[in-house]
Write a protein that binds this ligand. Structure first.
Ligand SMILES: Cc1ncc(COP(=O)(O)O)c(C=O)c1O
Length: 364
């Protein structure tokens, strides 16, 4: 068996409840794209739906179809990338709500709405991210026509902040003001601007509902400040072999680490094929019996090596476990060591990791 990934669904629910309480009376949706950032969209979404979450966001049609098979019909599933040409019928068939980002998607959706009757959709306006959503010029040209569009039932007007993790960045307030002005053309339509970090910029960023993803999964929405979110994942690897080494012996591919003391090493069944990034070579660490142990040499496809010289030998034995992610060394800490962000640490955790769920909905 490769790596074991324990996912605390009750912890995800607790994170959602913390954010929901913080933004009330605004609503709190859940972003569960990329298989709920690698943690399992069906399991995570079911737990959140049982806790009262009613709006879910995925990125693609396929993700939406998977989720539609799991969530109660009372839950709305919005697809951020919107329909690619030729896919509008599938949205209708699976009762998915597209986020319409550009004039072609808007026209295709209105066309099918004229056949099937008024269909729900969200409209995405770009207020400064320059990625998805109507440009300011397109919005100016289309706003009046869109707000009167009878073939589409607008479920929300959304926009996305580019710099929400930098509270002092001037673009945050500029985007907020642009969005508020655009929302005036859509009075009565719920508005949504903030994702995880935007929630912590203040009430004026909450509008009618917020769309957190990362914070649900324990990633710090306020980099640089203490993390208000609980850790929800634990990654463990099984020790396959223990060996005694002499000072001067090298470890792993490329012989990049040379022992400067005689000691004991544990070879652990976790590698970059499990999503434990190769950039954690020589930088990562693990924990055994409460003790933090350095990762030596390169991360290889299926294995990593830890220095267990100081660890309790009754724990540092074949069949024992070393923890790679836990409450003490969470996704953000691993991200710093890997030179990336917590989002990439989570979404990189591969299908080979054996996923174990705790706090399933009926236990929540
Ligand atoms: C449009 C949109 N809304 C919400 C989110 C959730 O963001 P976060 O994971 O930072 O909360 C994303 C994530 O990329 C997004 O693209």
């Amino acid at each position: 068996m490769g790596a074991i990934l324990e996912i605390d669904l009750a912890g995800v629910v607790a994170n959602w409840q913390l954010l929901a309480a913080r933004v009330a009376p605004a609503d709190c949706a859940a972003v569960v794209k990329a298989d709920a950032y690698g943690l399992g969209a069906p399991q995570v979404s079911s737990a959140l739906a049982a806790a009262g979450c009613r709006r879910f966001f995925v990125a693609t049609l396929d993700e939406g179809i998977t989720l539609r098979g799991v969530l109660p019909t009372s839950c709305e599933i919005a697809v951020l990338n919107g329909p690619v040409p030729g896919s509008v019928e599938e949205f209708v068939f699976h009762r998915l709500v597209p986020v319409l980002n550009e004039p072609g998607q808007i026209a295709d959706w209105a066309e099918i709405g004229r056949q099937f009757g008024r269909l729900p959709a969200m409209l995405h306006v770009d207020t400064g991210m320059t990625r998805l959503g109507l440009t300011a010029r397109e919005f100016e040209r289309l706003a009046k026509e869109l707000s009167l569009e009878s073939a589409t039932r607008w479920r929300a007007l959304i926009s996305h902040l580019a710099c929400a993790d930098q509270p002092g960045h001037p673009l945050n307030d500029l985007q907020r003001r642009r969005f508020a002005a655009q929302h005036r053309h859509f009075s009565g339509v719920p508005a949504s601007l903030a994702a995880s970090s935007g929630i912590f910029l203040g009430r004026e960023f909450h509008f009618d509902f917020v769309r957190p993803g990362a914070a649900l999964y324990g990633i710090n929405p306020q980099p640089g400040a203490s993390n208000p979110m609980g850790q929800v994942v634990r990654l463990k690897g099984r020790i396959v072999q223990i060996r005694e080494v002499e000072s001067g012996e090298s470890v792993g591919y490329g012989a990049t680490h040379v022992m400067d003391h005689p000691g004991r090493l544990a070879t652990v069944a976790v590698g970059y094929a499990d999503g434990w990034l190769r950039s954690l070579s020589q930088r990562g660490s693990g924990r055994l019996g409460g003790e933090r142990l350095p990762l030596l040499g390169r991360v290889s496809m299926d294995l990593v090596v830890f220095d267990v010289s100081t660890a309790d030998p009754s724990l540092a034995r074949p069949g024992g476990f070393i923890e790679l992610l836990d409450d003490d060394y969470g996704v953000d800490a691993a991200a710093v060591d890997a030179g990336t962000i917590g989002y990439e640490i989570l979404t990189a955790l591969s299908r080979r990791c054996h996923r174990v769920y705790r706090g399933m909905p009926d236990q929540c």
